[in-house]
Design a protein around this ligand. Structure first.
Ligand SMILES: Cc1ncc(COP(=O)(O)O)c(C=O)c1O
Length: 385
């Protein structure tokens, strides 16, 4: 008889935001009303142009496998976006469409790192990075960041970690999840130059581009053709459930990634690809949604400190407020559970983002509707009273 237990490498920590989502859904199925501030997903549906393109694709009748790297029209449209948004002339051959950026990480990590490689990232940071690396036999090197460097990784951090035990990669997100902080173009360039000097691969998670409230985010491609850039239609484009994203790769990685994608996923859903082509032409609608986030952001940044949520990083981009809950608890996980069950507000405990310090923090997403944010704050006020 085989041992009735899962493999050792599948033993990753839960993605707690998703667990909170499940707990909230269970309460909702029992008739409770919950304000959702736990997962980072827009309250708005995909823009009208995307929905129309999807309708047309459905009427067309046939949805099939596509080329593993994505339909050519979409790869071309993504390449054109780099010209429009960043002034970069990008060869569409370097674009690979993926099943959300999540699949992009899987492909990128598999495609460039061998087992045992060490990849640096900021803590707090997005939890799935560490879990994906771990199932692939790679090591996440989490470097604590804080207010002294406005919550971003610096070349000094990198040099120090590399001196201790050599690194193979650096992964950053700007705007970042959960802090919302941004790495400035100068800081980004300095990190890339340091990586090149030390022989460390640079991976740039640009999923929150477009969602900036204090200065534009620059793409890593501006400073290096060697960087691996990962992006998605999930956040700015409001398409989480369509599961579609993309990577921009150095030329020599395109064919290996294609072979991996062929066998791992065959292709990205055809419907989502055809619809996503229209997303880049929906800017007025998407900017109106972003203006709603800006109002939510102002509301939360004004009200949350008054409620006792402290030490909030700048939240210059993305749609999160990451706050200290030290005033209330030293166990944010049970605090979040009570907030959900007693207060009717779902939010994510910091342990998801920072295993070492997250027991004192929580993340609140303000990507929902403005009325929902108002209601969430009123509930928190009542619950904490
Ligand atoms: C920083 C970051 N990267 C990647 C993802 C994954 O998104 P998706 O797979 O929907 O593109 C998320 C989702 O919340 C995220 O916050």
């Amino acid at each position: 008889m085989f041992p009735r237990k899962p493999s050792l490498r599948s033993a990753v920590e839960p993605f707690i935001a998703m667990d909170v989502l499940s707990a909230a859904a269970k309460l909702e199925s029992e008739g409770r009303n919950i304000v959702h501030m736990e997962v980072g997903q827009p309250g708005a549906p995909a823009p009208a142009g995307v929905l129309e393109a999807a309708r047309l694709a459905l009427q067309d009748g046939r949805l099939g496998y596509t080329e593993a790297l994505g339909v050519r029209a979409l790869r071309q449209r993504i390449a054109r976006h780099y010209g429009d948004a960043y002034g970069i002339d990008l060869d569409p051959e370097r674009v690979a469409v993926t099943t959300g950026s999540s699949a992009g990480f899987m492909l990128a990590f598999l495609g460039v790192f061998d087992a045992g490689a060490r990849i640096a990232m900021a803590a707090p940071g997005y939890p799935a990075y560490r879990n994906i690396l771990s199932v692939l036999g790679l090591e996440a090197v989490e470097i604590p960041v804080g207010p002294d460097t406005h919550w971003v990784l610096t070349p000094d951090h990198l040099r120090r970690a590399h001196r201790e035990t050599p690194l193979s990669g650096l992964l950053i997100a700007s705007p970042a999840n959960p802090t919302g902080t941004m790495t400035s173009p100068e800081e980004l360039e300095a990190l890339i130059v340091t990586c090149n000097e030390l022989g460390i691969r640079f991976i740039s998670d640009e999923i929150y581009h477009g969602l900036d409230f204090a200065g534009r985010a620059e793409t890593a491609l501006k400073f290096s053709d060697e960087a691996i850039v990962i992006n998605s239609f999930s956040k700015y484009y409001c398409m989480t459930g369509w599961r579609i994203g993309w990577m921009v790769l150095p030329e020599y990685l395109v064919r290996p990634m294609e072979c991996l994608a062929q066998s791992l996923y065959i292709s990205v859903p055809d419907l989502s690809q055809r619809a996503a082509i229209a997303a880049f032409d929906c800017t007025p609608e998407l900017e109106a949604i972003k203006a709603g986030y800006a109002r939510n952001r102002a509301l939360l940044l004004e009200r949350m400190p008054k409620l006792g949520f402290e030490a909030i990083p700048p939240a210059d981009g993305a749609f999160y407020v990451y706050a200290s809950v030290a005033r209330f608890t030293n166990d944010s996980t049970s605090f979040a559970r009570r907030m959900l069950e007693e207060g009717g507000v779902a939010a994510t405990p910091g342990a998801d983002f920072d295993p070492a310090r997250g027991h004192l923090t929580m993340r609140f997403s303000f990507a929902g509707a403005e009325e929902a944010m108002q209601e969430g704050l009123s509930r928190l006020e009542r619950w904490l009273a």
